[in-house]
Design a protein around this ligand. Structure first.
Ligand SMILES: [Zn+2]
Length: 250
């Protein structure tokens, strides 16, 4: 969906139920910056197709908002095309972690015949684990041609979370720092991380974005933004008070 003159959200990409995952892109005069690559190669092809069609001839660049596989699964497809993938310097997933993810996916398939056929392999068709090749250590600004994209460090969900802010169009691509309709996933950290997450939300609120494209759920605008941030704060504060995430397994 087109949000502004230059910003687009690619919503509803497949992932493990009940999750859909979002990506997006920003088409400047010279460069199109793609935010996240979906969970697999098929998602990457979809994102690449839309991003290429919006402004053909632009150089393409990818940025990952975090380390989880639903945001980096399509990286390999872009790297095969010679496109640089930027991401937090802490993103260094291992082949073993990726194999464990595939196994977990397969175990979650409800139908025993499909489970026995290892149909998780269909989801991950020709998907290779590929970490970013351009590490981000500090906040940085990309010049997309007539448009600046500010890369903000917004840790909390993981230490690798970052957001992409387009001040000229008031659009924030927040990754899993902001999700809607779902309970946010707090299981990658503890109380200190959740406190940082609250600080990241404070910072996002101060930007007064017109649109937020979160990692999961609908795009937010207008009153939906304060409602989404408020809902996130409530979950985080309760988890800090209780000392465990709402989805922690005993
Ligand atoms: Zn996610």
């Amino acid at each position: 969906m087109r949000l502004t003159d230059h910003c687009y959200a690619v919503t509803g990409l497949g992932y493990s139920l009940p999750w859909c995952v979002n990506a997006g892109f920003i088409a400047g005069d010279e460069m199109t910056l793609i935010v996240d690559t979906g969970g697999n190669r098929l998602a990457a092809q979809t994102i690449h197709g839309y991003a290429s069609a919006a402004r053909p001839g632009n150089k393409l660049r990818v940025i990952n908002t975090e380390k989880h596989f639903d945001h980096i699964g399509g990286n390999g497809y872009f790297r095969e095309l010679g496109i640089d993938v930027w991401g937090h310097s802490g993103i260094a997933r291992t082949p073993d972690e990726f194999q464990a993810e595939i196994a977990e996916f397969n175990d979650a398939i409800p139908d025993p015949a499909r489970r026995a056929r290892h149909e998780a392999q269909a989801f991950y068709y020709r998907t290779n684990l590929t970490n970013p090749n351009c590490p981000i250590h500090n906040e940085i600004t990309f010049d997309l041609g007539g448009l600046k994209a500010e890369i903000l460090l917004t840790p909390g969900h993981t230490q690798t979370n970052l957001s992409v802010w387009l001040p000229q169009e008031s659009v924030l691509f927040a990754g899993d720092c902001v999700v809607r309709e779902y309970l946010p996933n707090l299981d990658a950290g503890g109380s200190a991380d959740w406190q940082q997450w609250l600080e990241s939300l404070d910072r996002i609120e101060r930007l007064k974005p017109g649109f937020i494209v979160g990692g999961h759920g609908p795009v937010s605008s207008g009153d939906e933004i304060s409602a989404a941030i408020g809902a996130m704060r409530k979950v985080l504060r309760e988890a800090i008070a209780r000392g465990c995430s709402p989805t922690a397994r005993p």
